[in-house]
Design a protein around this ligand. Structure first.
Ligand code: ADP
Length: 230
């Protein structure tokens, strides 16, 4: 694996919460550009923790995490913001801002980038139409169903065409037809060059798409390469 193709590199990483047992123990792995991984493991195995770690939402107790070629523990706070703009995240609890409309939530990453109102609304409407929420632009998140919130969170994560997408159980709250459509969206991003990590415990989804797998078990992560990429 050539160094320039590596987006994320973990070296002997250990993560634990306060007073807790280690969730990740001595994990070393690399994530490549333009790859697609399923992040798998039983409930409580550490999938959300791994996503939090890559989004710089928590620091390792020991070991090194490099993202975009830099040790993240040495980043200044403005650099963390800059790095996060290159990473789209779909959190399990969606993390939508309740005082902003659906359109404003989705357009927010573009606002942070300094894009004009016209440009960000145009792009946000386009992606919301695509995920089937074209009639919800001015609705506040509290008035949406779980599945609709999930789609808003996905639209917000992909709108900047980030280098990395981290999605925590992104199809957990939608029916099979929408789940396939959302997987199609992630697949399309992957084909355009984004590294996609989808956390799921649905074996059916994993077997159907047959991408590489980051399997968390007992605090260790093994990388299983499948035929479609990774
Ligand atoms: P998964 O996403 O695979 O279900 P998590 O990463 O959410 O797993 O959790 C891994 C372990 O870390 C679990 O034992 C969970 O109870 C614990 N954990 C998760 N978040 C916290 C937290 N904020 N504080 C303390 N323990 C936590």
């Amino acid at each position: 694996m050539s160094q320039e193709n590596i987006l994320v590199s973990l070296d002997k990483v250990m993560v634990h919460y306060e007073n807790g047992m280690p969730v990740l123990k001595n994990v070393s792995l690399s994530l490549q550009k333009k790859s697609f991984y399923f992040l798998t493991g039983e409930s409580g195995a550490g999938k959300s923790t791994f996503i939090r770690l890559l989004y710089m939402g928590l620091k390792p107790a020991s070991g090194h995490v490099e993202i975009f070629g830099k040790d993240v523990t040495t980043l200044a706070s403005d650099e963390v913001c800059e790095f996060r703009q290159r990473i789209g995240v779909v959190f399990q609890d969606y993390n939508l801002l309740s005082h902003l409309t659906v359109l404003e939530n989705v357009a927010l990453p573009l606002k942070v980038r300094g894009e004009s109102l016209k440009s960000r609304e145009y792009q946000a409407k386009e992606i919301l139409d695509w995920v089937g929420l074209g009639n919800c632009f001015n609705v506040l998140p509290d008035h949406l169903s779980g599945g609709q919130k999930q789609r808003v969170a996905i639209a917000r994560a992909v709108i900047t065409r980030p280098d990395i997408i981290l999605a925590d159980e992104p199809t957990g709250n939608v029916d099979e037809k929408i789940a396939n459509k959302l997987m199609g969206l992630f697949y399309g991003m992957h084909k355009m060059g984004t590294c996609v990590v989808v956390a799921t415990h649905y074996r059916q989804l994993i077997d159907k798409f047959n991408f590489s797998e980051l399997a968390i078990e007992n605090g260790n992560i093994s990388v299983k390469n499948h035929r479609n990429g990774g």
